[in-house]
Design a protein around this ligand. Structure first.
Ligand code: LMR
Length: 405
């Protein structure tokens, strides 16, 4: 049977990382993967993560026993509070359940698997066009069809809200709607709170099922609560919904795979028994897939989330990251404008979060890679954290050249 297995293409994002690594030019710049870098282009271990690590190391009680199937309770309960708000009516009414996952990817997968098995509405998920490329394969792998709603307006390089709402209104009743609550990947364009409210009206009317994928809480506004406002609004409105939550970016725990999947049941007299049944099924899915989740990343996050002082320090660390990204947005835009680069560049500072969707075409992206050793995804997305005071002139000048040709 092995002979019949066709060759698959390499993952574009990890292929890009490999090509960057193999490039020996001292000029090379990595604007590919969405991972924070400091001003020296180096990965940044958050100081609060170092402290938490120290605390864990000095705890003689810790061992390497299995976590429970649903994960470390001190982690998942705080993760839920972080997303839903400590004063969430859903938490008070005990109609949520949370499962620790293999970061955000694992959370989206567990959610997709759960819906494939138990969701009685339409087995089609609507994702934004564009979205994180992995969404397509995660859902289709479990047999859920993927359709798209317009999201990005190429002219304004902002949100195509009309296109988005029209498509979500036209989707068959009971469709699954995948939403990025903040710092949209890859565009860096988010709906306003008023637009979220309009979306909630349509989603309720059409009896759609909201599936939030939140990988960048803390990166959009720099404020953890504000970045969760869309999710909290939908919960307030009494929706039944799910949330995939990643701690890769906001804790810098990429490879440690710390994340959480939350289900919120709609308010009802029997909501707690409903959620208990859901939790029992999630436990079976989790057991058959990964048995139980990994310890280290969740222990780090849990240590911080459960200590007021460390939590405050984490918020400062988040501001360091989001602040440097904002500085780089301002610098890139003003350099492109100073160089009189054809086109408008206000979208670089209008967009938020880890990414900017530059509007560069695929041939321009390839030229930047081949001639200037600047690496970004083919759709023209740049990871803003890859820019720093040492490489920004090179990047601005190279963009000026490829755009001007
Ligand atoms: C990205 O889009 O760069 C990140 O979410 C990393 C990933 O896993 O794709």
């Amino acid at each position: 049977p092995a002979e019949t297995v066709p060759q698959a293409p390499e993952d574009p994002l990890f292929g890009l990382a490999r090509a960057y690594k193999a490039d020996n030019s001292p000029l090379k710049v990595d604007l590919g993967i969405g991972a924070y870098r400091d001003n020296n282009a180096k990965p940044w271990v958050l100081p609060v993560v170092k402290k938490a690590d120290e605390i864990l190391r000095n705890n003689p009680e810790l061992n390497h026993e299995y976590a429970p199937i649903a994960g470390i309770e001190s982690f998942t309960s705080k993760a839920a509070e972080l997303m839903l708000g400590a004063d969430s009516p859903a938490l008070a009414e005990r109609r949520t359940t949370s499962v620790q996952t293999i970061s955000g990817t694992g959370a989206v997968h567990l959610g997709a698997l759960f819906l494939a098995k138990f969701y009685k509405g339409s087995q089609t998920v609507y994702v934004s066009n564009p979205t994180w490329a992995n969404h397509h394969q995660i859902f289709s792998n479990v047999g859920i069809k993927v359709a798209q709603y317009p999201y990005f307006n190429k002219e304004t390089r902002g949100l195509d809200f009309e296109g988005m709402t029209a498509a979500i209104s036209a989707a068959p009743e009971g469709s699954i709607i995948l939403l990025h609550p903040c710092a949209h990947n890859p565009t860096g364009v988010d709906p306003t709170l008023d637009q979220w409210k309009e979306l909630a009206v349509i989603i309720r009317e059409k009896k759609h099922f909201p599936f939030f994928d939140c990988a960048y809480q803390g990166f959009a506004s720099g404020d953890l609560a504000r970045d969760a406002a869309a999710v909290r609004y939908f919960v307030e409105q009494g929706f039944e919904l799910v949330v995939a939550q990643s701690f890769a970016k906001n804790f810098g725990l990429y490879g440690e795979r710390a994340g959480c999947f939350h289900v919120v049941a709609a308010p009802a007299a029997d909501a707690t028994t409903t959620i208990t049944r859901i939790a029992s099924q999630l436990a079976i899915l989790q057991r058959s897939e990964i048995s139980n989740p990994p310890l280290y990343g969740a222990r780090i996050a849990s240590t911080v989330l459960n200590d007021a002082q460390l939590f405050a320090e984490w918020e400062e660390n988040l501001k360091t990251m989001s602040g440097r990204i904002i500085d780089m947005r301002k610098a890139l835009r003003s350099k492109l404008e100073e160089l009189e680069t054809p086109g408008t560049w206000n979208h670089i500072t209008d967009q938020i979060g880890m990414f900017s969707f530059t509007g560069l075409s695929e041939p321009q992206v390839l030229k930047l890679r081949e001639e200037y050793h600047i690496y970004m995804t083919k759709n023209g997305r740049i990871s803003m954290a890859g820019l720093n005071t040492n490489n920004i002139d090179h990047v601005a000048q190279a963009i000026r050249k490829v755009v001007g040709e």
